[in-house]
Design a protein. Structure first.
Length: 96
């Protein structure tokens, strides 16, 4: 059976806004693998967490699967961007 190109799934969002960490993590329900080129859109009102707090929210997310061409393009362009970072990070210093 073919996998749908787009589907909704429940998700948990953890947002931390503390001195030690400023992050947001989304965990999809079930054993859903996100592949190169896939998009995940989380629905609902914007989340605001006061400074010093960590909060967890439940929302619905839409997963949009990339086609085979998008997957290949994402892999190729991702590697090129990574190599560009390496080139920049490890290049010789020049004195003015």
């Amino acid at each position: 059976m073919a996998e749908p190109k787009q589907f909704d799934v429940g998700c948990t969002i953890e947002v931390s806004h503390t001195f030690e960490s400023l992050h947001a993590h989304v965990t999809l329900d079930g054993d859903i693998k996100i592949r190169p080129g896939d998009e995940v859109v989380v629905h609902g009102e914007p989340i605001k967490v006061p400074y010093g707090e960590v909060q967890t929210f439940r929302r619905v997310a839409t997963v949009k699967r990339a086609g085979w061409l998008e997957q290949i393009w994402t892999k190729i362009s991702g590697r090129a961007e990574f190599m560009e970072l390496l080139e920049f990070s490890f290049s010789e210093r020049m004195k003015l």
